[in-house]
Write a protein that binds this ligand. Sequence first.
Ligand code: MN
Length: 192
Amino acid sequence: MYQLINLPFKESQLEPAISAETIALHHGKHLATYVNNLNNLLPGSDFENMTLEEIVAKASGAIFNNAGQILNHNLYFEQLQAPSTGNMPEGRIAEAINEQFGSFAEFKEKFTAAAVSLFGSGWAWLASDNDGKLHITQEANAGNPVTKGLKPLLTIDVWEHAYYVDYRNRRPAYVDAIWQLLNWQVIDTRYK
Ligand code: MN
């Protein structure tokens, strides 16, 4: 049975970037529903004893959608922390970003464009391939770069439920706010 993850922060700790109300709904209602759905779908299926990553790489339909949303939200919430201005990457991921995108500012611009321009519901990702090369991808709905053989490192959820309470239709303002919340130690550890 899959469990709803505990958040690494208090519901109000991301304010003012993301409200406690949004986190309560996003984690306590949306993610909890995906966990309950998957636990109802798995018994008797071919996917019962697989990891989330394996399920997402191999499944389709409702099992893919719910497993994907659990994996995606776990990666999203676990990379967030209280806001800090001037928040910057650190460690090997910082070096890789500078090498491949020229600078953090250029990377941020490209990633922001991917998140803002994604049509409809989905996720913007930074992922790495087997050679450690970085890739920015856009994934619709429950998509995750593991389906492309890539390792997910950083993500921005651009489903409306992630921002509508706080930002209404202003997705660019929400995406801009996420940058001050990223825990780059967590992202760097995923890269290693
Ligand atoms: Mn979400």
